[in-house]
Design a protein. Structure first.
Lengths: 434, 274
C-alpha cells in the first residue's frame, strides 16, 4: 500500500518550491488517490462517528466508510433525562449528514456481520464484502443474555434493560407512565465492568423525579451486584435531599445481586433467595463487547477487547483498532466521553501510520456528569496516560464534586452537564444536542 | 442475629452449573500456568511451607478470576480441584494466597469427603496487580498448585467498597441448593456482614483502626464436620464462601463464624436430597 501524504501537508511542503509547481504536480497524487488507503469503521456511536470524522479531518484523502444500521442514533447519555421528562426523545437523536456531506464519509446503513482479518475485509448484512487497510470497531456493548437466569432477549420486551437507547428506552418510559401511584420500580444493577458506571444511579434519580412529580407514593428499589459505586456518597446525599426515602439501595452484601428474573410476573430472586415483585422492572444485565468484536477475533475470555494502550490497536489482531465500551481500557470508564477521546487517539494513530509516521503519544480525559434533579448535577473527572505500557490515571488529575457544596454549585454542574452534551454531540455528529 | 435463607430452595440450577463448569474449563485452557512446577508459589514463604519438598502438580486444579479488576476490594475467585472426594481419596485442604498483599494469606479450608466436591468460591481484597495462588493437598499426600495473574486498576471513578462500612454486623445469610439425589453435592452459599478490619486503615483522626476480623468458619452436617476454614484479612469485607455438601439423608447444616474477639454467629439450614 502506498504511503499517503496529507494533501495540505503536501501543499505546504511544495509551497517552498512554488505554488504553481505544486498545483501542476497535483495530477500525480490524484492517480495515487485511486489507491488511497481505505479505513472502514463499524459502529456510528460515540467512538465510531468520532473516529470517522477525525480521520477525515486529519487527512481528507483517506477513504472512510462507516457501517451503522441506524439512520438516527439515539444516545444513552441524557436518555435518563428523557425518563425524567426533562428532555424530548428526539433531542437525543443524531444523524449522519455532517459525516456524509461535510467530511465525505461513505455511510452504509447496514450491519457488519463478519470480519476476515486475513483477507482484510468486512462482510455486510447485504452480502457485500468491503476491503480495508485499517478497520476501526466501535460496536458498543451487547447484553449477556442468560447470565441472569430467565433474562433473555424475549424477557427484555417485558422487563427492559434500556441500556441501549431507542425502543427499549421508550418501552421503559411507557411502563412508568402506565404504573399506578404507589407502585414499585426495581432496577437491577450489574457488577463491574459495564457501560457507564454512574448510569444506574442517575437512572433511579431521574425515575424518582418522574415519580415524585406524578406518582409520589411510589417506591424505588435498586438491587445491586456491587458493594460500592461511582460517586456513591454524592448520589446517596442527593437521593435523600431530593427524594427523601423514595430510593432504597441494596448492596451485594445485603443480598442485592439478582440471579433470576421472571419477566412474566416481574419477579426477581437474589443470590440468597429473597424475592421481590416489581410493577416496573428494569434489568441491566452483565454485558460484553458488541458481537462483531468476537467475530473479528479480537475479544479475550472476558468477552471484552484487549488493546495496545498507546494506539488502541487490538492486542490480538493487526490493523484492527477498537475503541469505546467494547475495550478493556480500565481505569478509563466505559463512557461516551472516553469513546470520543479514544477515537481521536485512534484517528491520529491510523493517519500517522498510513502517512509513514510514528503515532503520537496519547493522553485521554473523561468527565461524567450525572443529574440527580433539575438544577442538581454532580461530576467525576480524570485524565489518563500510558505508564509502563498500561493505561493509568494521572495522579491527582481525578476528582469528584465536593460533598458539601452550596446549591449554586450543583446548579452550575447541571448546566455544565447540558453544555457537555451539546459540545460532544457537535464534536461527534455535528448536531446541536439541544 | 437474623437468619436468611432458612427455606429450602429445591430447584437445582443444572444449566447454570454446567455453564459455569464450561466457563472454568475454557479459562483453564486459555491460561495454562505451565506443566512445570515452577510458579509464583516458590517465591512465597507461606506457600513453600505448605508444599515442602514435593513437586506440586499443576494440572487438576483450576483458578477462576477476572483478568482485570477495576476495584480490588471484592474480587470473585473460584478454585476447583479434580477429586473423587471419597473416604480414601479426597482433598484435605485448599489454600489461597495473594502474593503482593500486605498479608498474602487469604483463606485456608480443611475439607472432608462429606463436602462431595472440592470447589470453593469467595471474594478477596487485592491491593494491586499480582498473582493469586491456590494450593491443595489430598489425603493421599498429593500437592497441587496453580496461579493466575490479575491486573488491578485504581480508578477515581469507582469507590472501593471497603471505604464503606455495612451497618449490619454479624448478620448471616445462607442458601442451600437441594441435591437431586442422596450423596450428590449441594451448593451452599454463606455470607456474614462484617467489616473485616485489616488493621491497616486509619480513622478520621489519623489513628489506625485496630484489626478485627472473622477468623474462623465451620460447617457441620448433623454434627459431623464438612469444612473448617481460617479467614484472613485479605478476604473481602462481608466474607463470602461458596462450597458443597453431599448429604446421604435429610439433615441440618450448622454454620458457625467466629470473630477474633471470640464473638460467635451461628446459622442453620435444612437439606433434603430430592
Ligand atoms: C443510561 C446511560 C447513561 C449514560 N450517560 C452517559 C453520560 O452522561 N456521559 C457519558 O460519557 N457516557 C454515558 N453513557 C455511556 C455511553 O452511552 C457509552 O459509553 C457510549 O455509547 C460508548 O460508545 P461506543 O461507540 O463504544 O458505543 P455506542 O455509542 O453504543 O455505539 C455503538 C454503535 O455501533 C453499532 N453497531 C454495533 N454492532 C454493529 C455491527 N455489527 N455493524 C454495524 N454497526 C454496529 C450500534 O448500532 C451503535 O450505533 C451512558 C450510558 C447509559 C446506558
Amino acid at each position: 500500500m502506498a504511503l499517503l501524504i496529507n494533501r495540505r501537508r503536501a501543499l505546504t511542503l511544495l509551497g517552498a518550491a512554488g505554488a504553481g509547481a505544486a498545483l501542476a504536480s497535483w495530477g500525480g497524487p490524484r492517480v495515487a488517490k485511486a489507491a488511497a488507503p481505505h479505513v472502514v469503521v463499524i459502529g456510528g456511536g460515540f467512538g465510531g462517528a468520532t473516529a470517522a470524522k477525525y480521520i477525515k479531518r486529519r487527512n481528507p484523502d483517506i477513504a472512510v466508510t462507516l457501517i451503522e444500521p441506524a439512520e438516527r442514533f439515539y444516545t444513552c447519555p441524557f436518555s435518563n433525562l428523557y425518563l425524567g421528562e426533562l428532555r424530548e426523545f428526539e433531542s437525543i437523536g443524531h444523524g449522519y449528514d455532517e459525516l456524509r456531506d461535510t467530511y465525505g464519509v461513505t455511510v452504509l446503513h447496514t450491519w457488519a456481520d463478519g470480519v476476515d482479518p486475513d483477507a482484510k475485509s468486512v462482510r455486510t448484512r447485504n452480502g457485500e464484502d468491503i476491503a480495508y487497510d485499517k478497520l476501526v470497531l466501535s460496536p458498543g456493548v451487547d447484553m449477556q443474555w442468560g447470565a441472569i437466569e430467565g433474562y433473555d432477549e424475549g424477557a427484555a420486551d417485558k422487563a427492559p434493560h434500556a441500556w441501549k437507547a431507542g425502543p427499549q428506552t421508550r418501552l421503559l418510559k411507557s411502563q412508568l407512565e402506565a404504573m399506578e401511584d404507589g407502585g414499585l420500580f426495581i432496577l437491577a444493577a450489574p457488577a463491574n465492568p459495564y457501560r457507564c458506571p454512574p448510569g444506574p444511579y442517575e437512572r433511579v434519580a431521574m425515575v424518582a423525579h418522574y415519580l415524585k412529580t406524578h406518582k409520589p407514593r411510589s417506591k424505588i428499589l435498586l438491587l445491586d451486584a456491587k458493594d460500592s459505586f461511582s460517586k456513591q456518597a454524592l448520589f446517596i446525599d442527593g437521593w435523600e435531599s431530593q427524594y427523601g426515602d423514595m430510593i432504597e439501595w441494596v448492596s451485594l452484601s445485603n443480598d442485592g445481586k439478582v440471579v433470576r428474573v421472571d419477566a412474566d410476573t416481574l419477579e426477581v430472586e437474589t443470590e440468597f433467595g429473597t424475592r421481590h415483585k416489581a410493577d416496573v422492572l428494569n434489568v441491566v444485565p452483565p454485558q460484553k463487547a458488541g458481537f462483531i468484536a468476537e467475530r473479528a477475533g479480537v475479544t479475550d475470555e472476558s468477552g471484552w477487547v484487549p488493546v495496545k494502550p498507546a494506539t488502541f490497536e487490538s492486542a490480538l489482531v493487526d490493523d484492527i483498532y477498537v475503541v469505546g465500551d467494547a475495550t478493556v481500557a480500565a481505569p478509563m470508564p466505559k463512557s461516551g466521553f472516553c469513546a470520543n477521546t479514544q477515537a481521536k487517539v485512534v484517528a491520529a494513530a491510523i493517519v500517522a501510520t498510513l502517512e509513514g509516521r510514528e503515532p503520537p503519544a496519547p493522553s485521554w480525559s473523561n468527565t461524567c456528569y450525572s443529574l440527580i434533579a433539575p438544577g442538581y448535577g454532580i461530576s467525576v473527572a480524570g485524565i489518563y496516560h500510558v505508564v509502563d505500557g498500561k493505561i493509568a490515571e494521572v495522579e491527582g488529575s481525578g476528582g469528584v464534586s465536593p460533598r458539601e457544596a452550596p446549591d449554586a454549585f450543583r446548579t452550575r454542574e447541571a448546566r455544565y452537564g447540558a453544555a457537555w452534551y451539546a459540545a460532544i454531540s457537535n464534536d461527534t455528529w455535528g448536531t446541536a444536542g439541544k | 442475629m437474623t437468619m436468611h435463607g432458612r427455606s429450602l430452595i429445591r430447584s437445582v440450577r443444572r444449566r447454570d452449573v454446567l455453564a459455569a463448569a464450561a466457563g472454568l474449563a475454557a479459562c483453564a485452557m486459555l491460561q495454562p500456568v505451565g506443566a512445570l512446577a515452577a510458579g509464583p508459589w516458590q517465591r512465597l514463604d507461606a506457600a513453600r511451607d505448605l508444599i515442602g519438598d514435593t513437586v506440586p502438580d499443576t494440572t487438576g486444579i483450576r483458578l477462576d478470576l477476572p483478568l482485570v479488576s477495576e476495584d480490588g476490594s471484592a474480587v470473585s475467585v473460584a478454585v476447583t480441584v479434580d477429586s473423587p472426594m471419597t473416604d480414601d481419596d479426597f482433598v484435605q485442604s485448599i489454600h489461597l494466597f495473594a502474593d503482593r498483599n500486605p498479608s498474602p494469606e487469604i483463606l485456608a479450608v480443611e475439607l472432608t469427603p462429606r463436602a462431595g466436591r472440592a470447589e470453593l468460591s469467595t471474594r478477596v481484597r487485592l491491593n494491586e496487580s499480582q498473582s493469586v495462588i491456590a494450593i491443595a493437598r489430598t489425603s493421599r499426600g498429593r500437592v497441587l498448585a496453580t496461579a493466575r495473574d490479575i491486573r488491578v486498576t485504581i480508578s477515581g471513578c469507582l469507590v472501593r467498597a471497603d471505604t464503606y462500612d455495612s451497618p449490619a454486623d454479624l448478620d448471616t445469610r445462607v442458601r442451600v441448593t437441594a441435591p437431586a439425589r442422596a450423596g450428590e453435592p449441594a451448593e451452599v452459599l454463606t455470607l456474614i456482614n462484617h467489616p473485616m478490619e485489616t488493621g491497616l486503615r486509619l480513622d478520621e483522626a489519623g489513628d489506625p483502626i485496630p484489626e478485627r476480623i472473622i477468623d474462623r468458619f465451620e460447617a457441620r452436617l448433623n454434627g459431623e464436620p464438612v469444612l473448617r476454614a481460617r479467614y484472613y484479612r485479605s478476604l473481602a469485607a462481608n466474607p463470602f464462601l461458596r462450597f458443597h455438601v453431599a448429604p446421604e439423608t435429610p439433615g441440618t447444616l450448622a454454620l458457625t463464624w467466629t470473630e477474633d474477639t471470640g464473638r460467635i454467629a451461628e446459622a442453620e439450614a435444612r437439606i433434603r436430597p430430592g
